[in-house]
Ligand binder design. Structure first.
Ligand SMILES: [Zn+2]
Length: 121
């Protein structure tokens, strides 16, 4: 039985409003896509689709976990995270939940079990 396997790859880069408005990253990203397409092809993969979404770091309370460096939303500061916007469903793999513990921003996996946003709480 033939099957097709669809694989997602996630990456991120930091930018600012000036760079977004001037499209200065577009050329660099086009070159990256071209190189990725060649690498994917080498392994028999077809790069079909990619999307770039821009998230306002301060507005959404996005930080790097101070223990493991994973991107996270501090849910103590932003309880609604991405406001259940369907466009952001996949981002839970990239931007974890997290919160504040002992004055530090920690992701859901580094927070203690008892913390409201701890992984298994
Ligand atoms: Zn962490």
């Amino acid at each position: 039985m033939k099957q097709i396997a669809i694989r997602k790859h996630f990456s991120y880069f930091k930018t600012n409003s000036e760079e977004i408005q001037s499209n200065s990253f577009d050329e660099k990203l086009d070159q990256l896509d071209e190189e990725l397409r060649a690498v994917f092809k080498k392994y028999g993969l077809e790069m079909v689709e990619r999307q770039t979404q821009f998230l306002p770091i301060q507005k959404l309370s996005i930080f790097h976990c101070e223990q493991c460096n994973q991107l996270m939303v501090n849910r103590d500061m932003n309880p609604t995270k991405f406001d259940s916007n369907g466009l952001y469903d996949d981002l839970s793999y990239v931007v974890l939940d997290g919160g504040t513990h002992d004055g530090k921003n920690l992701c859901e996996e580094c927070l203690p079990f008892a913390h409201r946003w701890g992984h298994y709480s």
